[in-house]
Structure formats: structure tokens, C-alpha cells
Ligand binder design. Structure first.
Ligand SMILES: [Zn+2]
Length: 388
């Protein structure tokens, strides 16, 4: 078993990372690594769900594990859970990573690794660094501390500031094939072949989403509702109704995912201040801390709604993609086989050039949402285009 087993369809990435890890083991008596395979700053890019952060975390595990990433020892387990003293995993709950957070991180990683090996920083959303935060980080990457490795993750190289990416080695992950994803769902998660095929197909190589769909009925039901929205679009009023449905679904899902977590975070914090359990008035410090936490939770919810909308728009795009395939005369590679009849009818009643316009409109809406456009307005405008 190895930490690299989890990387589906990324053999070339595994090869590069393993060579780098091997190079660190062959350093000379002065701690110098002569091989070019290892470097102190890396950027992992790849489409959502291809596993760029999993790849970076596996790399971190292999660096701190005494057997190059066995996946089972204490070092491997604590590195992936964020409990290893020499491995920092930076995940963003907010919409951006601010300069204060980077400064704080730089203070934490300033000293030498405690276990005598490597200190590894995995930044999962390097694309969310603000410009000032990225510049603060740049300084650290330019003058690497002794035995610190930076592993930045982003959707594409363009999402990383040029000054930073020019100092990093680039590793590109690819979208795994539907078959590879289905195989993993069957072998590792014990999911039935039919369900594994469905989940892998509609998730388009996004393995996390495929697993989530395959194991969660309410998520499947939500998806079914979303996929039928294009069929309901017949005029302006249906467009506004569909927009509202989409916003409601994304909000509902974000709420159900965060409600329990938010409350337990508040309980933990109250307990830490020693007041929550008694129910008497809170100390000023405690109530201030809780206000701060609630603010953070609100930011996180906003991001979750936006992420949910983005996923829904990608799903809807597969509907029009299938329509386009039928209009081009190719019925045999539909993503949404379950809707083949409706998609075929829709394709015959509309024109190919309007289908392309609709797909473009969906992609523009995703970009606008990503730039913090108002969700309801953006989705309403989009649905009006799709209803044409
Ligand atoms: Zn290990």
C-alpha cells in the first residue's frame, strides 16, 4: 500500500513525485541534494476533482514518512490529517487568502522542521491568494528556509501570480477517465457497477463528486431536479422560477452541510471559555470570539452556496452538451443517458447555434459568479438566455 494509490489516472504525476522523494533520500553528508528531481517550490494544477490537493498531500506524506509514503504509519496519517508538526495544510474557507494569514503562516514555518526531516506547506487554493498575500509568500519562496517545501495547488497555471509560478516546478494533473473513476468506486468503496458507472459518467472524472453522488441519495435527487430544469424553461416566468429553484437548492444544501458543523464549533468555543455549559452570561472575550466565529461561518456559507451553484451550472452544461451531441448526429456518448429521450426531443426542436450560445452563457455566468457577481441576478439572467 502507498499514499499514491489514491491518485486515480495520474501515473505521470506519481512518477515525478516519486523521483523527487527518492532524490531527497540520496543527499550527501552535507545535506545537499545533487539531483535535479527535487526542488523546494511546486505548483500542482488540474481540473476540479482531478485530485491536485490529494497529490500534494501524498507528496507531503512521502517526504515525512520513513518509507516514502506507506500510508499507514503515524507520520503518514498525521500528515494527511493536518496533525503532523512539520506539515501545514492550508485550506481556505473564505473567498480569498489574505496577507495576514500568509504572514501568520510564515511565522509558523520559520523554524527548522521538528522531526529533522522536511517541513512541507500544502496550500490547497493558491488561486485564492490576494495579490498582497501572494507577494508576501513570494519572498518566502524566493529565499527558502532550510528544508522547507512549498506545494501550491490551483486549477490552472494562470491562476497563480507569474512571479510565483516562475519559481515553481509545475505538475499538471489530468482528468481521469470515466472507467478509471468507476473502477475505483467499485474496488475501494464497494459501490455496485451500475451505480459506479452512473456516478462516474455524470461526474465527468471528478472522483470526489462521483463518490458523493454514489453514496448519497438526497444529492442524487437534487441532481435529478437540477437536470430537469432546462426542460421547464418555456418563457420568462419559468426562467425566473428556475433561477429561484437553483438558488434554493444550493442554499439548502450549503445549510444542511454547515448547520451541524457551525453549532458544534460554537459549542467547542463556548466550552473553551468555560461559560457555555453553565448557561450564565458570557465573558466579553467569549462573546467577541463567538461573533468572530459567526462571521467566519457566514463567509464559509457564502462560499459553499457559490460552490454549489457552480457545480449545478456544470451539471446543466452537460445537458446542453448532450443536446449538441445529438444535433451533431452522435447519440452514443451521452453523459445523461437517463434523459436520452427528453434530450433527443429537445435537440430536434432547437437549433445547434443556439445550443452553443447557451453553453457559452453558462460558462460566462460561472466566471461572473466567481468574480462575486450577485448570485440571484446572475442566475436569472442566465435562465432567460437558456429559455430562448
Ligand atoms: Zn508512512
Amino acid at each position: 500500500m502507498s499514499v499514491f494509490d489514491n491518485l486515480v489516472g495520474q501515473e505521470h504525476v506519481i512518477d515525478i513525485v516519486k523521483k523527487a522523494v527518492a532524490a531527497t533520500r540520496s543527499e550527501d553528508a552535507y545535506g545537499d541534494i545533487s539531483s535535479q528531481e527535487m526542488t523546494h517550490a511546486w505548483v500542482f494544477t488540474g481540473p476540479p476533482g482531478s485530485g491536485r490537493s490529494s497529490a500534494a498531500i501524498a507528496f507531503a506524506q512521502a517526504l515525512v514518512c520513513s518509507t516514502n509514503g506507506c500510508g499507514t504509519c503515524k507520520a503518514c496519517r498525521s500528515a494527511s490529517s493536518g496533525a503532523h508538526p512539520d506539515v501545514e495544510i492550508i485550506r481556505t474557507e473564505g473567498l480569498s487568502i489574505k496577507i495576514d494569514e500568509v504572514r501568520e503562516l510564515l511565522t509558523r514555518v520559520a523554524w527548522a522542521p521538528s522531526m529533522g526531516g522536511w517541513r512541507v506547506v500544502v496550500m490547497e487554493d493558491a488561486d485564492r491568494l490576494t495579490e498582497s498575500a501572494a507577494n508576501a509568500l513570494l519572498k518566502a519562496i524566493e529565499e527558502p528556509g532550510n528544508r522547507t517545501v512549498w506545494l501550491l495547488c490551483a486549477p490552472t497555471l494562470h491562476d497563480v501570480l507569474p512571479t510565483i509560478r516562475s519559481r515553481c516546478r509545475h505538475v499538471q494533473l489530468v482528468t481521469p477517465s470515466t472507467q478509471a473513476v468507476a473502477q475505483v468506486l467499485q474496488n475501494r468503496d464497494g459501490i455496485s457497477p451500475v451505480m459506479a458507472d452512473f456516478a462516474a459518467r455524470v461526474s465527468q472524472g471528478h472522483i470526489g463528486r462521483a463518490r458523493y453522488l454514489a453514496t448519497n441519495e438526497s444529492v442524487r435527487n437534487t441532481r435529478t431536479t437540477i437536470m430537469k430544469l432546462p426542460l421547464t424553461l418555456k418563457g420568462i416566468s419559468s426562467a425566473f422560477a428556475a433561477a429561484q429553484t437553483l438558488i434554493d437548492l444550493a442554499t439548502e444544501q450549503a445549510n444542511s452541510e454547515s448547520e451541524e458543523r457551525n453549532q458544534s464549533e460554537i459549542d467547542d468555543l463556548s466550552l473553551a471559555y468555560g461559560k457555555g455549559a453553565t448557561g450564565r452570561g458570557m465573558a466579553t472575550g467569549a462573546s467577541k470570539a463567538i461573533k468572530e466565529l459567526e462571521k467566519e461561518q457566514k463567509t464559509r456559507s457564502t462560499r459553499m452556496v457559490r460552490d454549489g451553484l457552480d457545480a449545478a451550472l456544470l451539471d446543466i452544461a452537460t445537458f446542453y452538451r448532450d443536446v449538441m451531441m445529438v444535433q451533431a448526429g452522435s447519440n452514443d456518448s451521452l453523459i445523461n443517458k437517463e434523459l436520452e429521450h427528453q434530450i433527443t426531443t429537445y435537440a430536434h426542436n432547437t437549433k445547434a447555434h443556439t445550443t452553443i450560445n447557451k453553453i457559452n452563457a453558462i460558462m460566462s455566468a460561472r466566471i461572473n459568479l466567481n468574480h462575486n457577481a450577485a448570485p440571484l441576478l446572475t442566475i436569472e439572467a442566465l435562465m432567460c438566455v437558456l429559455a430562448r
